[in-house]
Design a protein. Structure first.
Lengths: 283, 311
């Protein structure tokens, strides 16, 4: 099946700063891809390029279109929440609904109102009167009521408390996601979303350092927690990263079978968060 | 919006989009509504001015003395004066709100980053900019004109009632009112077209400036004019600016033909109304050159909204 996003040799320089440096990846339909990277790794730039909001060099196709020249057409099939609180402060909840209903051919107002009824949002409240969490709820209500094929989320839960964050992702998974839809998201709270990702894409200084489906991570990466007596032996197998925890050492291996590492200590598949830290620190 | 949607599944040469259950929302109407939600001054200001004028007409002290409107021509002149004076604050307001709006409308969406939301909708930058232009050049001037016409109608009606007991009798002249409304409409159209390059320039700066829009509005022309003065000793830029900024009617031959010397008598206004002819304004090549410049500036504004990325 055709890829939803196809990026080849994507580049974007801000002066001497390389926000994107030869980035190549593709996203298949029905996946939930987490784009993970430190601040300034190029995540937001990559998302902006995908959404047609910034210029870039290289080849980029989103749902078969060029985002730079066909943004308005692309946005019929793509939704995004760029960041919390980008709804205008003067906007009323009812106006937000009127607006999206008035410009988006695939907006189902009934869905949005249904979602909003479960919240404390009033139709005549203005965005400036709402808390950050409520603004996100409003934005989510609008987005979820659009029958889009690709949803792009850039730090959608930044600055929200745990309850709102949990609710946000639960809604996303239960009410929105299905096999025909694709979600691409970035967040700093990797731990909170790693159970819902199907793919991970690590970015470091504008380069892709890992691009893999989550299910293959277990075959590729092993984390072994080694007691002090085994450390020297384990090091001979060239872990790419190690970290000391309470006197024991967590070692991260790539391309080793879990069975071969069993004698050294407790073997497990590293969490995405741990793997991310290991990858970033090792480089 | 007119380019056919390229479908992922190549279904052959048929360029029409695949049949869809989704409707065609009234995009342009929605964009216009959105502007009126955000920029409420566009309709509040003219209505407030109208309300003030009407309150003034109702409670204002008015002396309908007998010699003020003794002769029919004088009555006509007084009537014309009331109608014209009532329209002036409205047209002044029009200039103000359109300028403020044009300088603001593409700037605030970047300042508060809401552009990321607006751009997440399937609305082209061209349509977005054109919706703002439509408001600034057509809908708001038309609205203000209609409010102004209604205001003068109500005001003169109020005066008519208030003066009913006084000497002078009938105080309403439909012919004069209609003529002034006709002239006003042509004047509004001429003004909108004459100032179109300025409106377009404000939109351009609004789409471009990172901060202090008004500083960027004023500074470049001023600096260019000064540089010309220093480098060449000439002042063409300054002259062009002043020419364009000045009231369109001063350049357009809208002064009454052959106004007699010592025209300070009360009948001057009457003569003005009788002789005024705004049509030559539209024969002025400079008006249309300005419209052309405005069109180019709007194309640039659309490009900037499309490619500018400072969120």
């Amino acid at each position: 099946m055709t890829a939803v996003i196809e990026a080849r040799g994507l580049r974007k320089y801000y002066g001497s700063n390389r926000a994107l440096d030869d980035v190549t990846f593709s996203v298949a339909p029905g996946r939930i891809v987490g784009m993970i990277g430190a601040n300034g790794a190029g995540k937001t730039t990559a998302l902006k390029a995908i959404l047609g909001l910034t210029s870039y060099q290289g080849d980029l196709t989103v749902l078969g279109r060029n985002p730079r020249t066909q943004r308005d057409e692309l946005m019929r099939d793509v939704c995004f929440i760029a960041d919390v609180a980008v709804l205008s402060r003067w906007l009323k909840v009812s106006q937000a609904l009127d607006y999206v209903a008035g410009v988006h051919p695939r907006f189902n107002r009934e869905h949005a109102e249904q979602f909003l009824r479960k919240t404390d949002l009033k139709m005549n409240s203005r965005v400036r009167e709402l808390s950050k969490g409520m603004v996100t709820q409003l934005h989510l209500a609008l987005i979820l009521a659009i029958d889009a094929r690709l949803l792009v989320l850039d730090e959608p839960t930044l600055g929200l408390d745990l309850l709102y964050r949990r609710q946000f992702y639960d809604t996303l998974l239960n009410d929105y996601f299905d096999k025909d839809r694709t979600i691409l998201l970035t967040t700093h709270q990797v731990e909170e979303i790693e159970h819902l990702l199907t793919d991970v894409l690590f970015l470091r200084q504008g380069r892709v350092t890992l691009d893999a489906p989550v299910e293959t991570l277990a075959q590729q990466y092993v984390q072994v927690t080694v007691g002090p007596d085994q450390v020297a032996r384990a090091r001979q197998l060239h872990p790419f990263y190690e970290r000391e925890i309470f006197g024991r050492v967590a070692m991260f291996f790539e391309g080793q079978s879990p069975e071969s590492l069993e004698p050294l200590g407790d073997v497990r598949t590293p969490s995405i968060a741990d793997l991310f830290v290991a990858k970033m620190q090792a480089a | 919006m007119s380019t056919p949607e390229p479908t992922l599944e190549a279904t052959g040469a048929d360029s029409t989009p695949a049949p869809t259950v989704y409707g065609h929302p009234p995009v342009l109407r929605t964009l216009i509504r959105r502007e009126l939600w955000e920029h409420r001054a566009l309709w509040i200001a003219p209505l407030s001015v109208a309300a003030l004028l009407l309150v003034g007409a109702i409670i204002g002290k008015q002396s309908f003395d007998s010699n003020m409107a003794a002769l029919p021509e004088q009555r006509s002149a007084v009537f014309g004066l009331v109608v014209a004076l009532a329209a002036l604050p409205q047209f002044f307001t029009l200039g103000l709100i359109v300028s403020m709006y044009a300088a603001d409308c593409l700037y605030t969406e970047r300042k508060d980053r809401s552009i990321l939301f607006w751009k997440s909708m399937p609305v082209s930058d061209t349509l977005t900019v054109l919706s703002k232009l439509l408001l600034a050049l057509v809908l708001v001037p038309l609205g203000v004109y209609l409010v102004s016409a209604a205001t003068t109608l109500l005001m003169t009606g109020i005066y008519y009632v208030r003066a009913a007991d006084h000497v002078g009798g009938v105080f309403w002249e439909a012919g004069t009112w209609l003529r002034i409304q006709g002239i006003s409409l042509l004047a509004v159209i001429a003004g909108v077209l004459w100032y179109a390059p300025i409106t377009a320039y404000l939109l351009l700066v609004s789409a471009w400036a990172r901060r202090s829009v008004w500083l960027w509005v004023i500074l470049p022309p001023l600096v260019i004019a000064m540089m010309e003065r220093i480098a060449l000793g000439t002042h063409h830029v300054w002259s062009i600016l002043m020419y364009r900024m000045g009231a369109v009617f001063l350049h357009a031959g809208m002064t009454p033909p052959g106004a007699p010397d010592g025209a300070s008598q009360p009948l001057t206004l009457n003569m003005l109304i009788a002789n005024i002819n705004p049509l030559p304004v539209f024969a002025n090549v400079d008006l249309w050159l300005g419209v052309l410049v405005a069109a180019l500036l709007i194309v640039a504004t659309i490009r900037i909204r499309q490619y500018r990325d400072d969120t």
